[in-house]
Ligand binder design. Structure first.
Ligand code: FE2
Ligand code: FE2
Length: 261
């Protein structure tokens, strides 16, 4: 079996959108023979070491494994990308052990079983009314205090801690969910704004999103980028496993990147 056979299957279950130019082989190509498949939300060199030990030759990742750099950057002088150790080490590890890595990003976010759908399922919120009309879902949650909601999200996503902004005693019920990295900008929250909501649950939330949320009267929970996207990767693993029963398919769980003092 070749890597392309697996890639073609993923296109079937999660079609590539017209703008999905990032969904490509980051390392290697479709001719790579597949002896084992490793799936992770973000494949790192630490995971590649384990791929090598286990004879895994195809990695499926949601986020990018090579850290690209723009040519023009007004705040400093950008070096050639290969000056970053990661950008040398990751391809070296792949070449040494015959590993190809394909990225599946926007196609997984948009699949009808992908990131936001899997997330609301994992949270147990699929049984509530959800408005998907503006792309970013708005969930009609039973009224709870912000504190209770933070604790619910923390427990269901198995987070060691969560960040939030707002009065913990405030009662919230309509929750916008700009999942994954959509908290890195306020665009995701703005998409859902015409629907009205009183709480944002996002990942990778920046300061500016919190400032805007205060202006708009929204409470905020940062449930983290990885934690709001992992469930879809577990689903992808299962789908690939069922389709290719003759090949070992291993899921790697990316852990919380932060510690707090
Ligand atoms: Fe995503
Ligand atoms: Fe993401």
């Amino acid at each position: 079996m070749k890597a392309q056979d697996v890639v073609d299957f993923v296109w079937q279950i999660a079609p590539n959108p017209s703008f999905g130019t990032e969904n490509v082989f980051e390392v290697g190509d479709g001719d790579a023979p597949v002896r084992g498949i490793g799936v992770a939300w973000w494949i790192t060199s630490e995971l590649l070491d384990d791929f090598a030990r286990r004879g895994i030759t195809l990695g499926l990742t949601h986020e990018r494994v090579l850290y690209d750099l723009p040519v023009d950057y007004p705040w400093g002088q950008i070096p050639p990308p290969v000056t970053l150790r990661a950008n040398r080490r990751i391809p070296e590890l792949c070449h040494r052990h015959g590993i190809a890595i394909h990225r599946f990003h926007s196609n997984l976010d948009l699949a009808d079983w992908g990131m936001p759908r899997a997330l609301v399922d994992e949270l147990g919120w699929s049984r509530y009314e959800i408005d998907w009309s503006r792309g970013i879902p708005v969930v009609e949650h039973p009224p709870v205090t912000l504190e209770v909601l933070v604790r619910e999200v923390k427990a269901k996503l198995r987070l060691p801690f969560a960040r939030y902004d707002g009065d913990p005693r405030r009662v919230v019920r309509r929750i916008a969910v700009p999942w994954g990295g959509l908290g890195q900008q306020w665009l995701g929250a703005a998409c859902a704004a015409p629907l009205g909501f009183d709480e944002i649950m996002a990942g990778d939330v920046i300061d500016g999103v919190v400032r805007l949320a205060r202006e708009e009267g929204w409470a905020v929970i940062d449930a983290f980028h990885h934690a709001t996207e992992l469930e879809a990767m577990r689903r992808l693993t299962q789908k690939v496993r069922e389709q290719f029963p003759g090949v070992p398919v291993r899921y790697y769980e990316n852990a919380m990147p932060w510690a707090v003092l």
